[in-house]
Write a protein that binds this ligand. Structure first.
Ligand code: GTP
Ligand code: NAG
Ligand code: NAG
Length: 458
């Protein structure tokens, strides 16, 4: 490896460079030159497919999409699709749908602060019914739009691994659950690893990740406590013998290429359950950019029109959306009759009127239309809603038309569309609806208190 070799290499590099320059000059002149010499002697190039033309003329609409951040189409084994120059991060689900949305918001935010590409699994039908198949994240949220708004990549598991692949991937993940609670001596359970055919060997996280040390009534960790484990030094210093995987009995340390944690619902920056606080970084940097897909918005449009009796030829008028969470919230009522525990329509109406007043005062907007969504099934309760002069989406045919996921998805979209919003205190579905309506429509909102007679009297 003497100088002579280096010189020869440099010289050949120089000639290569000259060749490249000359070739491109030639190509440019034949492509755009008004009448190039070779025009008549060589046959015209084959017509280029439209996609290639557009690649030259307009910028890539999805510059952070799978085409740029994965090797190719979904593979039988997920590892075969990861690129060495990127790092990835993933996690699983284990709650009701809105809680699960929070969890994915947390996952994506953790990806931002660790410079890793979040790989988001599907939604699982916890409250929708065990027989219902999971629904892809990208069928609910507009992932290309999210990528563009974030200016960075977000992928779905279906982009990475073939959903029909029978192949089982072994992987090492961090087990947060055993460091934050003292009832279950195993990682947080989730069906998602089975759905994705993953065989996981878990490494328990250090105890110091817990936000309130030794406190059994809370299960939170901070974003940065677990983010430290995404970096080599802290990871290395906290490795303990992993728990063997259930299927292949393999023991693996936490994966460095596809970093994974068992459960990210209980993650905050500063204090437990902070998604409802104005400062929540997970909401401000991620949640607010998670818009529903155009297809879902369009379906919701038809339900709103139908509820308000607005024909296709007319614009949907502004309305106030209301979310009344009932049913299993009764477990918090301590035996109180539900009529005393849950807020009555009169109480809800008081908050609706406040929101109407605020809209009128602030923007001179008169908004008489109110659309109510709820998990309540009692038809006489709905009759009362009608008697109140309020409207609601008719979901009689929704499941048979679109599938079991759609009543709750459509209702979430409707809630987000209000120019004002009234929800149920302590319901994550209401809280996220309030945040969406506030960010997307500048909507004033109220969350109605409940739990005893007069709970919302203030
Ligand atoms: N269609 C429909 N379903 C609802 C509505 N409100 C609640 N649900 C159902 O009840 C579930 C409530 O669970 P989450 O989405 O996690 O929200 P939450 O209100 O915080 O409830 P918990 O998780 O039980 O505390 C939803 O996922 C729906 O399945 C509603 O307005 N419309
Ligand atoms: C799992 O592997 C360990 C170590 O290789 C071995 O001692 C153990 O018997 C295995 N367990 C099962 C259930 O195969
Ligand atoms: C349904 O609601 C009505 C009035 O809102 C109430 O009187 C009735 O007891 C409820 N029925 C059931 C089965 O909960």
């Amino acid at each position: 490896m003497g100088d002579a070799f280096g010189l020869a290499r440099r010289r050949s590099l120089f000639f290569l460079l000259v060749l490249v320059v000359l070739t491109s000059v030639f190509l440019v002149s034949t492509e755009h030159g008004p009448s190039s010499v070779s025009h008549e002697t060589t046959p015209p190039p084959p017509a280029r497919p439209a996609t290639e033309v557009s690649r030259v003329d307009i910028p890539d609409p999805d510059p952070f999409g799978p085409r740029h951040t994965l090797l190719g189409p979904p593979k039988a084994f997920f590892r075969d699709n990861l690129l060495p120059q990127h790092k990835y991060i993933t996690s699983w689900l284990s709650a009701g749908w809105t809680n699960d949305v929070y969890t994915y918001i947390n996952l994506i935010y953790l990806g931002l602060i660790t410079d890793r590409i979040p790989v988001v699994p599907m939604f699982i039908p916890s409250h929708v019914g065990g027989h219902v198949p999971p629904i892809p994240f990208g069928e609910v949220f507009d992932v290309p739009r999210l990528r563009n708004l974030l200016g960075t990549s977000v992928l779905e598991w279906r982009d990475v691994k073939d959903v029909a692949s029978p192949e089982i991937d072994d992987i090492g993940c961090w087990n947060i659950w055993e460091s934050v609670q003292y009832r279950e001596a195993f990682p947080r359970r989730s069906r998602i690893p089975d759905d994705l055919n993953l065989d996981i060997s878990y490494t328990k996280t250090p105890d110091w990740i817990k936000m309130i040390p030794n406190y059994e009534h809370d299960q939170h960790v901070s974003f940065w406590s677990i983010a430290t484990l995404a970096f080599p030094r802290t990871r290395e210093a906290n490795l303990v013998p992993p728990r063997p995987s259930p299927k292949h009995n393999v023991s693996l340390p936490p994966d460095e290429h596809m970093l994974c944690y068992d459960y990210l619902y209980y993650v905050s920056a500063h204090q437990p359950f902070e998604m409802e606080y104005d400062y929540s970084p997970a909401w401000r940097y991620v949640g607010t950019h998670m818009h529903f897909t155009p297809a879902l918005e369009k379906i919701a449009d038809t339900y709103i029109r139908q509820a308000l009796g607005v024909p296709d030829s007319m614009q949907i008028p502004p309305f106030i959306s209301v979310h009344v969470r009932r049913l299993d919230f009764q477990v918090w009522c301590g035996g109180l009759p539900i009529d005393e525990c849950f807020a009555s329509n009169q109480v809800i109406e008081r908050r609706v009127r406040e929101v109407q007043d605020e809209l009128l005062e602030r923007s001179g907007l008169k908004v008489p239309h109110v659309i109510v969504t709820s998990d309540e099934r009692n038809s006489s309760w709905w009759d009362d809603i009608t008697r109140q002069g309020w409207f609601f989406p008719d979901h009689a045919e929704t499941k048979s038309l679109y599938g079991d996921w759609y009543p709750v998805l459509i209702d979430a979209v409707i809630q987000s569309r209000g120019v004002g919003f009234v929800g149920t205190d302590r319901s994550t579905m209401s809280i996220i609806a309030a945040r969406r309506a506030q960010d997307w429509n500048k909507a004033p909102y109220r969350l109605v208190k409940w739990g005893m007679k007069g709970a919302d009297d203030h």
